[in-house]
Design a protein around this ligand. Structure first.
Ligand SMILES: Nc1ncnc2c1ncn2[C@@H]1O[C@H](COP(=O)(O)OP(=O)(O)OP(=O)(O)O)[C@@H](O)[C@H]1O
Ligand SMILES: [Mg+2]
Length: 252
């Protein structure tokens, strides 16, 4: 079963056509990495799929619910109630964590559970503490984000997303704001989630990681899908000069 189906997604900012008809499907339990040069539209694609940005065109369904249909050359969005429902199935982790700075770690993890999901405070705290254990942050529940390392903050952000019990989790460069020695701990958490068959879409510049963890890799270039295939096929395709050029640039 597909948890994400996107067809013909187009998005322009003024004259700048950033997404030129992107197709993407993600099956339940799959990990899909999105790679490609800076400015190729990776974040914009993620933002369109998670309702942070409105697509101009395209048909998008998430977890079996229709977000947009393509009608008369444009994307027609479902009503607000349906879109809210879809949001409940979607988790998002950003490059810069985006924790609430004036809240403790525990409050960062529990507030939306209570407010949005209607869980009791006790239930929300149980969920939060379980996730803090899994992300090795049990001793940090009373800390404020500014008292944590970047890697710890990002683990809190991942735990916060998971606390909402999403069916699909999106990451936009979850390690790119981190010092090299902190990257490993985040990749470890994501690896763990993959082994539990969490469905994930990950924009990343960590090619070794993408290759190791992904079921499919989507290579985006100037708003178009250059290839969408298994990691072996994408990374070993020596016949594709554009992919090879991109990969060799990263190795420098
Ligand atoms: N809100 C916006 N308003 C205007 N232009 C935008 C906006 N967001 C993105 N763009 C433009 O869209 C293009 C793609 O940007 P995007 O952030 O999606 O690239 P990216 O692949 O994520 O790059 P990076 O690897 O550097 O994060 C760029 O030319 C960017 O300037
Ligand atoms: Mg980006």
């Amino acid at each position: 079963m597909y948890l994400l189906e996107a067809k013909g997604v187009r998005k322009s900012f003024g004259e700048n056509c950033v997404l030129k008809g992107v197709d993407l499907t993600v099956e339940e339990g799959q990990v899909v990495s999105i790679i490609g040069p800076s400015g190729s539209g990776k974040s914009t694609l993620l933002r369109c799929l998670t309702q942070l940005e409105r697509a101009d065109e395209g048909a998008i369904s998430i977890c079996g619910r229709v977000m947009t249909t393509q009608e008369n050359g444009k994307a027609v969005y479902s009503d607000a109630a349906a879109l809210r429902q879809i949001m409940l199935d979607v988790g998002l982790v950003f490059q810069n964590f985006q924790l609430f700075p004036h809240w403790s770690v525990l409050r960062n993890l529990t507030d939306a559970q209570v407010r949005v999901l209607g869980r009791s405070r006790a239930e929300a705290e149980e969920v939060a503490r379980d996730l803090l254990r899994k992300t090795k942050l049990s001793d940090k529940e009373a800390s404020y984000p500014c008292q944590l390392s970047g890697g710890q903050q990002q683990r809190v952000a991942i735990a916060r997303a998971l606390a909402m019990s999403p069916k699909i989790l999106f990451f936009d460069e979850p390690t790119s704001a981190l010092d090299p020695e902190l990257i490993g701990e985040i990749l470890e958490v994501i690896r763990d989630l993959a082994s539990q068959r969490m469905t994930m879409v990950i924009v990343t510049h960590e090619m070794t990681f993408a290759r190791e963890i992904s079921d499919r890799v989507l290579f985006l270039e100037q708003g178009s899908v250059l290839t969408f295939d298994t990691p072996e096929a994408v990374f070993n395709d020596t016949s594709n000069s554009r992919i090879q050029a991109f990969l060799s640039l990263l190795k420098k």
